[in-house]
Design a protein around this ligand. Structure first.
Ligand code: FES
Length: 208
């Protein structure tokens, strides 16, 4: 909440109580994702960065996809105008959320040279930094997997120390992932972001 709203809650608790109940009642018939997307648009319209970040995270946690968030912003073009949409997208880019990367949204992305393919034995997992991005790489019997190192919960950059065998535990809230598949196996409900990968001339490449 902004400092001004905090002040009003203290200075006018009764009026503000009615106000917040009014806002809550207004959304009663809407499902959580729709409520979240409308809240995002209101924060972008008012250009309150903290509120926008807060509702963006809430929307993703409630199951909104990045494509739905972007579509909601674009559909609100008549109210927001291009400048405010660009303002919001700049904040999204600064957050560097892996699920908003063009490749994660189905765009072509760019290939990056990750490592020598013979540097990782079959069955092994490692963490590497490549072109500013942390990656967990698994060399499985049926091929390679490359995952973004940022947690899908709140984008914590998960360190190598969090890896035990093929189990990765985010240090912040302890979501657990299987780095062979990227799936979340405990506590959370979303898997790691997976990047396309291939081996060319002995080098492992990944696309994001
Ligand atoms: S940031 Fe919450 S579990 Fe990773």
């Amino acid at each position: 909440m902004s400092d001004a709203l905090n002040y009003l809650v203290q200075a006018r608790p009764e009026a503000m109580g009615h106000y917040f109940r009014f806002l809550k009642d207004c959304g009663k018939q809407l499902d959580p994702k729709t409520r979240d997307l409308i809240s995002i648009i209101t924060k972008v319209h008012a250009q309150t960065e903290r509120g926008f970040r807060q509702y963006l995270k809430r929307a993703l946690n409630d199951g909104c996809t990045p494509a739905e968030v972007l579509d909601a912003l674009l559909m609100a073009f008549p109210a927001l105008g291009l400048a405010k949409i660009v303002w919001a997208v700049d904040i999204i880019l600064a957050l560097d959320l892996p699920e908003f990367q063009p490749a994660a949204l189905g765009a072509a992305g760019q290939w990056h040279d990750v490592m020598a393919a013979d540097a990782l034995d079959a069955g092994a997992v490692t963490r590497v930094d490549c072109d500013g991005r942390g990656l967990f790489v698994h060399h499985g019997a049926d091929g390679w997997k490359v995952f973004d190192s940022r947690c899908p919960h709140q984008t914590t950059n998960i360190p190598h120390l969090a890896l035990q065998g093929t189990t990765l535990t985010c240090p912040k809230h302890e979501w657990v992932f299987d780095v062979r598949t990227g799936q979340c196996t405990a506590k959370g409900d979303r898997g790691l972001t997976s990047w396309d990968c291939k081996v060319v001339d002995g080098r492992l490449l990944a696309r994001w």
